[in-house]
Design a protein around this ligand. Structure first.
Ligand SMILES: O=c1ccn([C@@H]2O[C@H](COP(=O)(O)O)[C@@H](O)[C@H]2O)c(=O)[nH]1
Length: 271
């Protein structure tokens, strides 16, 4: 999917919502356990309930690989079920020496057909570039993460006075462009979106941290939105576990629609 197609979907749905499919077998409603593949059945119902207000789905791979081969099967079925016009993100946070990264890329872009993958940048250029060799696919580099520990390294000044996340964002622009690279910036980072936008005005940002982590949608949009919206805002637990009974999908739909309506207002205000 191209940047323009992503923006067209955002305008059409008045939404830049990314639903996180962080499906935990211990948290899904008990009535689903009688199904042959409870994880897929849960995801299927979540997708049916939220697809009309959603522009991206982001399964976090940990939730699937923790279940072994059966988890990978549920992931593949989920990916196949997501409508073609919705952007897919493998939140896998991969990255290794070049030949290994090349195989991670094949796993998620060829064996599975995700549109994008999250990549940890800290092994540098040869660990990231293999993911950028696939036409129409995207790398989403960790920039400024949503968790408390972001301050340990990402926000630390380096010898040249630049913070590590600034260095990641500027240097990585030599490897890819706004048409095949995005950055992860947490919704908990507030005004720091200004610093990110000064360095990457055109790139899309994947923004986790809304909902369960208490991130701020208004600040994210005020400081982070660009002329093509430039934001994919993720919520997982806040949507998929909005309910825990037989009506879990309806509750998820309400939570997703509530967020979409706030996004509609943000688009009106800041785009
Ligand atoms: O900085 C980051 C990077 C990734 N994540 C991931 O996003 C979701 C957030 O889930 P919620 O339930 O909406 O909190 C999850 O998959 C994280 O691994 C992040 O939170 N922060």
């Amino acid at each position: 999917m191209t940047r323009q197609e992503l923006f067209t979907n955002i305008k059409k749905k008045r939404s830049f919502l990314c639903v996180g499919l962080d499906t935990d077998i211990t948290k899904i409603p008990s009535h689903l356990h009688k199904e042959q593949d409870p994880i897929f059945e849960f995801n299927k119902q979540i997708i049916d309930a939220t697809a009309d207000v959603t522009v991206a789905y982001k399964p976090n791979i940990a939730f699937y690989e923790a279940l072994g081969p059966k988890g990978w099967e549920s992931l593949q079925k989920t990916l196949d079920y997501i409508p073609n016009d919705i952007f897919t993100i493998a939140d896998a946070k991969r990255g290794d020496i070049g030949n290994t990264s090349a195989l991670y890329a094949r796993a998620f872009f060829e064996a599975m057909s995700f549109d994008s993958i999250t990549v940890a940048p800290y092994m540098g250029r040869d660990s990231v570039k293999p993911f950028l060799q696939f036409d129409g696919k995207w790398v989403i580099l960790l920039g400024l993460t949503s968790n408390e520990g972001f301050a340990d390294f990402q926000n630390e000044p380096m010898a040249d006075g630049k913070k590590l996340f600034e260095k990641v964002i500027t240097t990585s622009q030599q490897w890819g462009s706004a048409d095949n690279m995005m950055y992860v910036v947490g919704a908990t980072r507030g005004e720091m979106f200004k610093e990110v936008r000064a360095l990457a005005p055109e790139h899309f940002l994947l923004v986790p941290g809304i909902g369960a982590q208490g991130g701020d949608l208004e600040a994210t949009c005020k400081y982070g939105m660009n002329s093509q919206c430039g934001l994919l805002v993720n919520s997982a637990r806040g949507i998929i576990y909005a309910g825990n009974g037989v009506d879990f999908a309806e509750k998820a739909k309400l939570a997703a629609t509530d967020l979409q309506q706030q996004m509609d207002e943000m688009l009106e205000k800041y785009l």
